[in-house]
Write a protein that binds this ligand. Structure first.
Ligand code: SF4
Length: 317
């Protein structure tokens, strides 16, 4: 029997709808632990459990992500520096074994030590330090303080920012704008800190995290919300800061690949963080289907930027 070109091509023609290309998790935001020593009232990743993946299991998940195309890993929390060796070994593994382009961490800065930076700083590209106000009373009002009462936060931010810069790591500042600080003028202090990026977030409400007991939340930030106009007034006051990157509620929505302590992507499409299936159980592509990730929103908010640390010549500590 002789098959013509048409005979054999018909099955392909009738099934010619191309499959969607696989999602590439270029930049992943991982929360390895929810434990924190601060009490920020607006916190949207609260201490609902103390679970931390065993290090070897975490490395297995990170390898799966790297194989799927991850180029940047950010560790957030909770306070990551409550597990200093753990996160240090993760960064070392990402750089030495997985050749990840960039590692970053978000910290309230209170537990960062020079010893840690001397041991693991070489594997870190960016340290984002959380600081919403340069007024100690405002920080306490926000709960942005150790055990909600300490007034040492601002001093620690400046000290750690300098330690980090001295080691060639880029400094970023993250500020959450609420009803307590939207009228503040932070220009002088931001100029002094001179971060390479200043991320300014409009306070975000998420059920089961920060909308009160009725939604099962540990925090309640409903009294802290601000209007789009109030947020814009804060941005206008700081328009001369070229490092400022604003994120209102709309641009934050669905534009992050957030991975929880069990390596499950968190889907925020319904106004709460709904965990999907763990990539450790179903693989990266299947777990990404649960994420609700909007790649366009990620690109629109500038999710890809120059995220590598300074050139090696500046690393002579
Ligand atoms: S520093 Fe504040 S916002 Fe960050 S994890 Fe701790 S309580 Fe939450």
């Amino acid at each position: 029997m002789v098959f013509s070109w048409l005979d054999i091509s018909i099955p392909f023609l009738t099934h010619s709808v191309p499959a969607a290309p696989p999602l590439v998790p270029i930049s992943v935001n991982w929360f390895p632990s929810r434990v924190c020593n601060y009490q920020c009232h607006f916190c949207f990743h609260t201490n609902t459990n103390d679970f931390v993946l065993p290090l070897e299991e975490a490395k297995r998940g990170l390898r799966l992500l790297a194989d799927a195309g991850m180029k940047k890993l950010n560790i957030s929390g909770g306070e990551p520096f409550l597990q200093p060796r753990y996160i240090g070994e993760v960064f070392k593994y990402c750089k030495e074994e997985l050749a990840i382009e960039a590692c970053s961490v978000v910290s309230n800065s209170s537990k960062v030590t020079e010893k840690w930076l001397d041991t693991y700083g070489q594997y870190l590209d960016v340290m984002a330090i959380s600081c919403d106000s340069f007024d100690p009373e405002t920080n306490i009002k926000q709960g942005r303080a150790e055990h909600a009462t300490s007034a040492t936060h601002i001093g620690t931010v400046f000290k750690v920012a300098q330690w980090v810069k001295d080691r060639g790591i880029k400094v970023k500042i993250n500020s959450v704008i609420t009803i307590n600080n939207w009228e503040e003028d932070m220009n002088d202090q931001i100029e002094e800190l001179a971060p390479f990026r200043w991320k300014v977030f409009q306070v975000l409400l998420l059920d089961a995290e920060n909308t009160g007991a009725a939604t099962g939340s540990l925090r309640d930030a409903r009294h802290l919300t601000i209007t789009r106009e109030q947020f814009q007034a804060f941005l206008d006051r700081h328009a001369s800061q070229t490092c400022l990157v604003p994120e209102d509620n709309e641009s934050m929505k669905d534009s992050y690949l957030n991975l929880d302590e069990e390596m499950r992507f968190l889907n925020c499409q319904d106004g709460r963080k709904q965990p999907g299936r763990s990539l450790l159980k179903v693989g990266v592509q299947a777990s990404l289907l649960d994420s609700g990730f909007d790649e366009k929103a990620f690109l629109n908010r500038g999710g890809i930027f120059d995220w590598k640390r300074e050139a090696p010549e500046s690393l002579e500590w």
